[in-house]
Structure formats: structure tokens, C-alpha cells
Design a protein around this ligand. Structure first.
Ligand SMILES: C[S@@+](CC[C@H](N)C(=O)[O-])C[C@H]1O[C@@H](n2cnc3c(N)ncnc32)[C@H](O)[C@@H]1O
Length: 335
């Protein structure tokens, strides 16, 4: 763990509910600006960080963003209409990546940390990532080690979640790409049984007999056609499938739980005790502590945790980045 005395500032863009912020704060960082457009995500963010993020990032004059050491962003993946051969700054105009690039251009953060879906690597036959790297390296002059796809389960959460991480250092700092290596996997593995609710949960999370039957039929039909996709009842000794962006696909992460909060409700639900995971379990699967407040409806909460990040995976990568800045005397230490 980076020294608790290490102090650096960062901005949290496309902040969602603040998963990236949580990781950077755990490492001693101070957030000086955040932006998130979705009112429900802002509500959760505000409840947990006591700060109302700025709204639409396209609407801020970039000069008004406070100075910061590190720019952190989990920007949505969008295609560029590339005019030139490799795609440069102007080709990304009108996209959310352009906003990130523009803030780097104006505010000149010492380093950046970007997180995105794994699919960014081969989006538009690799052209999207190539353009992003071209802008960061050649137009903005950052030293950018090759991005890496990291699986959150290697960093202590019980979830198979692969995401691409891109970090970079301002060219004038003298940091070379080979000075940075992505963190090694940690060797303590968690499984689902470590994060399931301690107490019986409301019957509303249980599937009705009819719905479970319908899922079974659907799965059988798919299997007959040779398609693998369907619902999945997870083994408590295994890990969850990736929580899906938008909170969809809860059926891919069902658990068997025969403890019932209310036996009167038993008639309404399936007899095998199959239920969806609760929003708190989704929070845990993403590595959020139980002190993280969930002030929104279940459907918003699933969406928010599905869109968020596995905090320990972000923290592991961020720690290497910050340590590198610390070692070069590029962050200030609190006395
Ligand atoms: C992939 S999510 C990032 C989640 C975040 N890393 C977390 O831990 O919760 C992308 C976020 O960008 C937000 N967003 C999209 N367009 C935006 C804009 N123009 N300005 C600010 N936020 C925006 C979305 O509402 C969404 O919450």
C-alpha cells in the first residue's frame, strides 16, 4: 500500500457512483472535481462523498476545472469517424473521449488513469483504441505503456470482470513506459460464499416458480441450438459472472438460498430457493465496503453497480501509478 502520508489530487470524470474515487481516496488522494450526468448516480455519489458532482462534462469550460495531479475517468466507449490515416485529436471531436483529451490538453495532469470495457481493445477492428493511443501519445505527448486487460478476480473480488486499463505520464516528467508495470495478481482469492448476505433476504429477490420454469425452457431451447447463454445458478465456491453494464442480466448470477425471511411468502416463489443477488451483494462483488450507502431503488442500484468498477482492481493499478509519482517526488507528502 502506498504510504498513507502520500497526498495527491485527482479529478473523477464520468464518475458514476465513485468507484474510481473510492480507490484513489484509499491511496491518500484528494478529489478536487467530479462530473456525472445521471441524476440517480449523482444521488448515490452525493450520499457517499458528500459532494454533488458537476453535470454534463461537455458543458464546462475546461479552464474552470481545478488543477490536479491525476485525471481519472471511466469514459463510455464510442466510435470515432476517422478522417486521417491514424485518427487524431480532431477526429475524436464530439465524443466523450474528446472531453478527456481536451481536459488533459488544458490542465496538463501529471498522469491519467482510464478504465473501459474490454471490448474497446477490438472495437472497430482496433481503430478506436489506436486513435485513443495516438491522441494521448502523439497529440498530447503522454508516455503511455501498452494498455492491459485485467480481470478483477485476480485482485480479491469474487467476480470475473475483465476491463481494459490505460495509464499515462506527462512527457516532460522523464518517466518511461518501461518504468511502469501493471500489478501482479494477488494470491488471496475470494469466492461468492464470502460475500453473500449474512441474513435471510426479502422474498422479492426470489424468482417465482413460473419465471424459473420460463428461464429453464429458454435455456434448453438455446442449448438445443448450440447456444450457451442462459441463466446460471452459481456455485458458492465459485465467482460471479461479470455484472453487466446497465444492471441487466441478473439471471446470469443467481444463487441458491434456502433461508427465507418470511415463510408465508414461500407459496409465491420457486421451491429451490433460487434468487437474484441483492444490490448489497452486487456492491460487495465490486469490492465496495458495507459502509457504502445505497440511497436509490433496487433497479437503479443494479444499474449503478453494473456500470461501476471493481474497486480493488482499480486500486491495484492506481497504486503502482501513484508509487511511481511518489518515488520521483511528483506528489506532495503531508507532514
Ligand atoms: C461506465 S460509467 C462509469 C462508472 C464509474 N467509473 C463508477 O465507478 O461508477 C460512465 C458514466 O459516464 C456518465 N456520463 C455519460 N455521459 C456523460 C457526460 N456528458 N457528462 C458526465 N457524465 C457522463 C454516465 O452517466 C455513466 O455514469
Amino acid at each position: 500500500m502506498v504510504s498513507p502520508g502520500s497526498s495527491f489530487t485527482f479529478v473523477d470524470l464520468f464518475a458514476g457512483i465513485g468507484g474510481i474515487r473510492k480507490a484513489f481516496q484509499n491511496l491518500g488522494g484528494r478529489c478536487v472535481f467530479s462530473s456525472e450526468i445521471d441524476p440517480f448516480a449523482r444521488k448515490t455519489y452525493c450520499a457517499n462523498f458528500d459532494e454533488e458532482p458537476f453535470g454534463d462534462i461537455t458543458k464546462i469550460n475546461k479552464c474552470d476545472i481545478p488543477d490536479h495531479d491525476i485525471l481519472a475517468a471511466g469514459f463510455p466507449c464510442q466510435a470515432f469517424s476517422i478522417a486521417g490515416k491514424r485518427g487524431g485529436f480532431n477526429d475524436t471531436r464530439g465524443t466523450l473521449f474528446f472531453e478527456v483529451a481536451d481536459i488533459l490538453k488544458v490542465k496538463k495532469a501529471k498522469a491519467f488513469f482510464l478504465e473501459n470495457v474490454k471490448g474497446l481493445a477490438n472495437h472497430k477492428q482496433g481503430k478506436t483504441l489506436e486513435t485513443i493511443l495516438n491522441v494521448l501519445r502523439n497529440d498530447l505527448g503522454y508516455v503511455v505503456p501498452d494498455p492491459k486487460i485485467i480481470n478483477a478476480r485476480d485482485y480479491g473480488v469474487p467476480q470475473n470482470r475483465e476491463r481494459i486499463f490505460i495509464v499515462g505520464f506527462r512527457g516532460d516528467l522523464g518517466i518511461k513506459a518501461e518504468d511502469f508495470s501493471y500489478p501482479a495478481a494477488v494470491n488471496f482469492k475470494k469466492s461468492l460464499k464470502d460475500i453473500l448476505e449474512d441474513k435471510p433476504v426479502s422474498f422479492k429477490y426470489y424468482l417465482s416458480s413460473k419465471y424459473l420454469e420460463c428461464l429453464q425452457k429458454h435455456k434448453n431451447r438455446n442449448a438445443a441450438k448450440g447456444n450457451g447463454f442462459g441463466y446460471e445458478i452459481l456455485d458458492p465456491d465459485s465467482v460471479a459472472n461479470a455484472l453487466v453494464v446497465g444492471g441487466m442480466g441478473k439471471e446470469r448470477n443467481l444463487v441458491r438460498d434456502e433461508r427465507l425471511e418470511n415463510s408465508v411468502a414461500y407459496e409465491k416463489i420457486n421451491k429451490d430457493g433460487i434468487r437474484k443477488m441483492t444490490p448489497r451483494e452486487w456492491a460487495r462483488v465490486q469490492g465496495f465496503p458495507d459502509s457504502f450507502k445505497i440511497p436509490v431503488s433496487d433497479s437503479q442500484a443494479y444499474k449503478q453497480f453494473g456500470n461501476s468498477v471493481a474497486v480493488p482492481a482499480v486500486q491495484a493499478v492506481a497504486e503502482v501509478l501513484i508509487k511511481l509519482l511518489n518515488d520521483r517526488g511528483l506528489t506532495t507528502r503531508r507532514i
